[in-house]
Write a protein that binds this ligand. Structure first.
Ligand code: NAD
Length: 435
């Protein structure tokens, strides 16, 4: 593409080589997988150049007043990867290590997720580099309202629709919706998703990512004529995603034998009491000191001889260092980017099936789409209707991906990336390049 400038982090020179360092940045992992998919699909260089660049990015620096009257400067981002298939949708993270490269990677992942499951969106991601646990409720509200105002020119129901992610909550979404509505002079419920039911949130949104993880687990087992009943499961990361996944898996008959968070890891061969552990975490904020199971290390949890390992913590948890210790025949990526490129190769060589993030954790964004649709129609569905619709969309996406993988003799991740990248490339081709 004449005149194309590729920034250093997106240098096409590395296009055929996996990121080499042990803890590759998420952006390198996602770019590598995207480029490999484009290459296998035979896409031309111009199309590849467009696909691997983000469409827009806004970096904002702004002061937040603390409760003691002092000010702290904050840095925030909103990155839109693609608007080819519709408005952008994507999470908002409050995390101290949040940087723009993470936002770029997560925006690109979101484009592939929405394309894979057929939602009419492109991907976005935003965030503020901060530790929300160090802020009071009032400081968090001021931060959110100021950040929303700073990036408001990008947001709106037909432009870019935020959703909760690490460190953000339905309350944060409510403040964003209220701020955008106040600036416009009328309420705009469809401007955010994952908001409370009182202001146009959807039934089933809070549990959708966990429900989706249980659905793909069920479908993967079904391929071998098996069910979840009696299957032994370990869950890394007992936060929002891990807890809801554990609950849905348990309801389907699986036995959760281990869970972990940053404070500890716990195991019980006959199964942990998930609802009691959830109550403990709700009260104490972490798993440690729960009077359940035996304490093990996080590394031990990953290496347990279970039937299913759910990775629901953060990125880059399974690498060349520890991939060969994994014994579970089925690994499900509830988190974004928990397995890096080197680990993928080791897991595949050990005949371990990985259900990739862009398929496994897409439940939340599917119900965000349902929430947006309900807000636009001002007509709301029951929890049962939402769960049924989510099940149908996820089953279709899983079947399409597994059939493609089987036909092309490749991993579910390679198949999912190819299907997603192909859909976006096709949309680009029919729209053409303006002007
Ligand atoms: P969360 O903060 O509620 O939970 C994260 C949990 O992981 C916490 O319990 C934390 O202590 C634990 N953790 C962090 N590092 C760990 C480590 N090294 N070992 C063990 N535990 C560790 O966050 P969440 O919303 O559940 O998100 C988790 C992941 O799922 C993220 O990658 C996020 O992007 C992804 N995700 C979330 C949603 C959603 O709807 N919340 C949707 C899709 C994907």
């Amino acid at each position: 593409m004449p005149g194309t400038h590729i920034p250093p982090h997106q240098s096409p020179k590395s296009s055929t080589h996996p990121p080499r360092n042990d803890h590759a940045a998420l952006i390198d992992t996602v770019l590598h997988r995207t480029r490999q998919a484009a290459k296998r699909l035979g896409l031309d260089d111009s199309t590849q150049c467009v696909l691997e660049r983000v469409k827009r990015e806004l970096v904002v620096h702004f002061p937040v007043e603390r409760d003691d009257g002092s000010f702290t400067m904050m840095t925030g981002f909103r990155v839109q990867h693609s608007v080819t298939r519709g408005p952008c949708i994507g999470g908002l993270r409050y995390r101290d290590s949040m940087g723009i490269d993470d936002a770029r990677a997560l925006a690109m992942l979101m484009t592939w997720k929405t394309a894979l499951v057929g939602l009419p969106f492109g991907g976005a991601m935003g965030g503020v580099s901060c530790d929300p646990r160090t802020l009071t409720e009032a400081e968090l509200e001021r931060l959110t309202r100021r950040f929303t105002t700073e990036v408001a020119l990008l947001l709106g129901p037909n432009r870019d629709i935020p959703a909760p992610d690490l460190g953000t909550s339905p309350q944060v979404m409510a403040w964003i919706m209220d701020t955008l509505s106040m600036h416009s002079g009328f309420s705009i419920p469809a401007s955010v998703t994952g908001k409370p039911l009182d202001i146009g949130g959807s039934e089933g949104r809070m549990t959708a990512t966990g429900q989706g993880i249980a659905i793909v687990a069920r479908e993967a087992l079904r391929l071998n004529g098996e069910t979840l009943a009696g299957k032994r499961v370990a869950v890394q990361g007992f936060g929002h995603t891990g807890q809801t996944a554990a609950r849905y898996l348990e309801e389907a008959g699986a036995v959760i034998v281990a869970v972990s968070d940053t404070s500890t890891a716990l195991t019980a061969p006959n199964g942990l009491h998930i609802s009691e552990l959830m109550e403990h975490v709700a009260r104490k904020g972490k798993l440690s000191h729960a009077k359940h199971g035996e304490k093990i290390s996080n590394a031990d949890l990953l290496a347990l001889p279970v039937d299913i390992l759910v990775l629901a913590a953060v990125e880059s948890q399974v690498t060349a260092h520890n991939a060969s210790s994994i014994k579970a025949p089925l690994v499900i990526e509830g988190a974004n980017g928990p397995t890096d490129v080197a680990a993928d190769e080791i897991l595949a060589a050990n005949h371990i099936t990985v259900i990739p993030d862009i398929l496994a954790n897409v439940g939340g964004i599917i119900v965000s789409y349902f929430e947006w649709v309900q807000d636009l129609q001002a007509l709301f569905w029951t929890e049962h209707e939402v769960e049924q619709k989510l099940d149908a969309v996820m089953v279709r996406a899983f079947q399409e991906t597994s059939e493609y993988a089987h036909h092309h003799r490749e991993t579910l991740r390679d198949a999912a990336y190819e299907l997603a990248v192909r859909k976006v490339a096709s949309a680009m081709a029919v729209r053409g390049i303006y002007p």
